[in-house]
Design a protein around this ligand. Structure first.
Ligand SMILES: [Zn+2]
Length: 98
């Protein structure tokens, strides 16, 4: 955490804005993203294990499921990402930071 604080542009409180990270998407989307990531990891593990032992699926079936899980995992992870902002501790106003 950096020490640079800003004066809030909304409520004009002095030095009230602190650098922080907040979810890029709404709580529901972030939660869904987390679920998707977990399911994708499970799907990917099952596909990899199955590709090795050749239990229930053909190898190319396992490959497809593994790829889909990977793609789904990326989407889910994107939904969970956070953005850097300055957050006002007085009024809750946020502004973007690089
Ligand atoms: Zn404020």
């Amino acid at each position: 955490m950096m020490g640079n604080k800003l004066d809030c542009c909304a409520c004009t409180a002095t030095q009230s804005m602190v650098p922080t990270r907040i979810p890029k998407f709404t709580a529901i989307l972030s939660f869904m993203g987390l679920i998707i990531v977990i399911l994708s990891v499970i799907g990917f593990v099952i596909a990899v294990v199955d590709a090795y032992i050749g239990a229930a699926m053909e190898f190319d079936e396992a490959l497809v499921i593994g790829s889909c899980s990977l793609a789904g995992g990326v989407v889910g992870w994107l939904l969970c990402t956070k953005k850097k902002v300055y957050l006002c501790r007085t009024c809750g106003c946020t502004i973007k930071r690089a």
